[in-house]
Design a protein around this ligand. Structure first.
Ligand code: UT7
Length: 331
């Protein structure tokens, strides 16, 4: 699968809705405690979108900030790849709504569904269009409004998630820069450990699917936890080894933020020091496709990454999906 892709990230931006919901706020609506949430997950607070604010809105805000920061016009964007599991609607694609709001009149685009690995998948897909020489400016966005599918009678899932979006610009890279390799796989046998059963063609929305709470996230937390630690570690080792590198060569790892203990488990297996691992689950929670670009945004803001640094993005999500992207930071 390994392949040199001549594409690099040349800008990153993120957007979270302003409303902050703390663990103590959740204590008022569900039988939980700040202490349990902090010690079992590492989360202190997360951001919630107001009713009527959807993934397209968060994704558009992130993309607008990126275009302003880069000083480029929306009409220069040629492709929009949007990762989301909470599209505004089943169709049309949320990428179309973002394209319209941005005024990206020369772009085509589509949505991609890979849950928490969505951003890593979308980055790899977007990079192929730069690598083929057909596209020079590709917008890759991860955006989710997880609160639209949370069940507040299930304390084991509703405390984990927040809303948020991030966007990066992909452009052609010089030799040795940008995305060096990617490693993705799916394992559909784990599908029912993390899913939303209702509302698709298998279980179309009906009074019964609503009564059975089928339009919410269902998760077998312990199963997903074990799978995530094991597969994130294996993918990280594999992608480094096949590029003749070790974890010591990494300047930064930006893992998907599902649970601080999952990240620590992977970190321990790889032997990477704290200063090289981006963690922001404490203030954003799990924003699904948003976690990695929001992590990149904060890493850039905190000057934790510079041109030429080796950076690893890594995620496991519903599906199961797993994704790792290895790159030399491009700016
Ligand atoms: O991004 C997508 C991928 N998702 C993930 O990676 C999530 C992976 N899983 C996890 O992060 C963890 O499994 C959870 C955070 C979901 C759960 O943590 P856990 O340590 O696996 O807890 P558990 O499910 O084994 O539950 C332990 C106890 C149970 O009580 P009993 O049966 O031992 O009395 C739960 O009922 O904790 C209880 N519990 C809670 N207590 C207070 C579960 N959720 C809560 C809660 N507040 N919110």
């Amino acid at each position: 699968m390994g392949k040199r892709i001549a594409a690099k990230i040349t800008g990153v931006a993120g957007y979270v809705p302003p409303r902050v919901v703390t663990n103590s706020d959740l204590e008022k609506i569900v039988d939980t405690s700040d202490e349990w949430i902090r010690t079992r997950t590492g989360i202190r607070e997360r951001h919630y979108a107001e009713p009527g604010v959807a993934s397209s809105h968060l994704g558009t805000e992130a993309a607008k900030k990126l275009l302003v920061a880069k000083g480029i016009g929306a009409d220069e964007i040629e492709l929009i790849v949007l990762a989301t599991v909470t599209p505004d609607m089943l169709f049309p694609a949320t990428a179309c709504l973002i394209q319209d709001r941005l005024g990206a009149k020369n772009a085509w685009g589509f949505d991609l569904s890979a849950a928490c690995s969505g951003f890593a998948y979308a980055l790899t897909v977007g990079a192929q269009f730069v690598g083929s020489g057909t596209h020079k400016k590709v917008l890759v966005i991860g955006s989710d409004v997880m609160t639209s599918i949370l069940d507040y009678t299930d304390r084991a899932t509703c405390v984990l998630f927040g809303d948020g979006a991030g966007a990066v610009l992909l452009e052609p890279a010089a030799e040795g820069e940008g995305i060096l390799d990617f490693s993705h796989d799916i394992d559909g046998s784990g599908g029912e450990n993390l899913y939303m059963p209702g509302g698709g063609s298998l279980h179309p929305t009906s009074a019964e699917t609503v009564a059975k709470r089928m339009h919410f996230v269902h998760q077998e937390g312990a199963q997903v936890f074990k799978y995530a630690v094991r597969r994130m570690s294996e993918h990280a080792v594999n992608i480094l080894e096949r590029n003749g590198l070790s974890s010591k060569d990494l300047a930064l790892v930006v893992p998907h933020q599902a649970n601080l203990r999952i990240i620590k488990g992977m970190q321990e297996r790889l032997g990477i020091e704290d200063s090289k691992v981006m963690i922001n689950i404490d203030h954003f929670g799990n924003t699904t496709a948003g976690t990695i670009p929001l992590g990149l945004m904060e890493a850039v803001e905190q000057k934790r990454v510079k041109k030429g640094d080796l950076v690893l993005l890594i995620a496991v999500g519903a599906g199961y999906t797993t994704g790792a992207v290895l790159m030399r930071w491009g700016y």
